[in-house]
Design a protein around this ligand. Structure first.
Ligand code: HEC
Length: 114
């Protein structure tokens, strides 16, 4: 009885081990999908950066929250001003850890909001 159970368990482990080692060949896919967004409109990228870094304080639709409404921010600030605010913060807003390139993309998008 006991021996039989052990051999079943052992047999199962062997089968699982054999299967687990068998699918190494399939790990090389998915690379081609990572390259999108580059040629797409700048706006899509900027909005995504905004949603990831700013929406928690400025609202998902720029209408404000913990931070001020940004729907007409371009009327008050140039692109360079906005890059500066992103990188250095302003008043109650802490500096945001956004890559230089992303800050530029985001700022030019926001500077068009007038
Ligand atoms: C932790 C909350 C928070 C986050 C995250 C945040 N902000 Fe702010 N933001 C603020 C606050 C608060 C102010 C008001 C600062 C002040 O004038 O005292 C502000 C002000 C601003 C202003 C100036 C607006 C005005 O009318 O004076 C801009 C532009 C701005 N934020 C852009 C951004 C961008 C772009 C991001 C994302 C990269 C971002 N903020 C992320 C809280 C935040």
């Amino acid at each position: 009885m006991k021996k039989g159970l052990l051999s079943i368990l052992f047999g199962t482990a062997l089968v699982l081990g054999a299967c687990g080692g068998g699918d190494d060949g399939g790990t090389d896919n998915g690379d081609s999908a990572g390259d999108n967004g580059e040629g797409a409109t700048e706006t899509a990228g900027a909005e995504e950066i905004y949603q990831n870094n700013c929406a928690s304080c400025h609202g998902g639709d720029l209408s404000g929250g913990a931070g001020p409404d940004l729907t007409a921010v371009g009327a008050d600030y140039s692109k360079d001003d906005i890059v500066d605010i992103i990188q250095n913060g302003k008043g109650g807003m802490p500096p945001q850890d956004v890559a230089e390139e992303d800050a530029q993309t985001l700022a030019s998008w926001l500077a068009e909001k007038k």
